[in-house]
Design a protein around this ligand. Sequence first.
Ligand SMILES: [Zn+2]
Length: 303
Amino acid sequence: MKYIILDLEWDSVYFPPEKRFINQILQIGAVKLDENLNVTDTFSVNVCSSLSNRVTSRFTKLTGITSEMMRSGMDFEKAVEKYNEFCADADVTLTWSDSDLYTIIENEKILLKSKLEFEIKSYLDLQKLVQDELYNKGYESKNQVALEAAAEFLGVDTEEYELHTALDDCRLSAKLFEICYTVERFSRFLRNAESPDFRARLSFKPYPISDINDKHIRRCELEFCCPKCKEKARKLNPWKYRNRWFVANFKCDSCGFKFNGRVAFKKTFDDLQVKHKVCEYKPKKRKKDAVQSVSEKVQSTQD
Ligand SMILES: [Zn+2]
């Protein structure tokens, strides 16, 4: 078994076609480990941005990479090809938290013309594995632990590493991997990166559903029962969509109780998350003291 520990440094760069900032990968670092977890080879490449001729001062401060260094870097496509050659004989790729994976997926999608992808056969989130060991040793925070903080907690001297350079972050990660590795833990956190779901799941962005007729919504999810007597309540007016919630007034014909029912839907990769709320009945405001939008006026004539 051979392992790759991969680390990326990225900068926020404006991407004109989508009128937004993206995290562009500007340095790729990696170490290769043998079956005894010894470092046998290293990889480090600066990438020349295709979108900007300078880096942010924040990026330089953090990584030591100047605009000049970035400009003399390698074309991204070439860098990925080189990286894939480097890790061709490796079985498992590890990164410190899966945020690198999200950046990889985005960069592949918008910056690589060909079908070129970072070579990842199996994947393991090293942060999860290390944090598991930290919990054994009394670490308590539920938040994701930073590499440096984890090293300090485990008593590893970080002085000899230049943190936030991709290669040295990999070297330090390798050290923590060696300390925290157990066969059981390794198999528990290992993921198959070649299954079709792996990249699809990472590139999927959960979104709120704003169309009441969306095919993912089941009719029964739009029904409300009376909070007083549990009988099925009757909807009094059409659904309105406000702030990610569908809102309508309801009346229980059995006990006469009126209430305001709210339901929200969020589509995730695997399923649909549904939230229900029962609020106080909102009688319609009289027209003279209510500023109503045109659509509300239309709906109130239908009620
Ligand atoms: Zn009732």
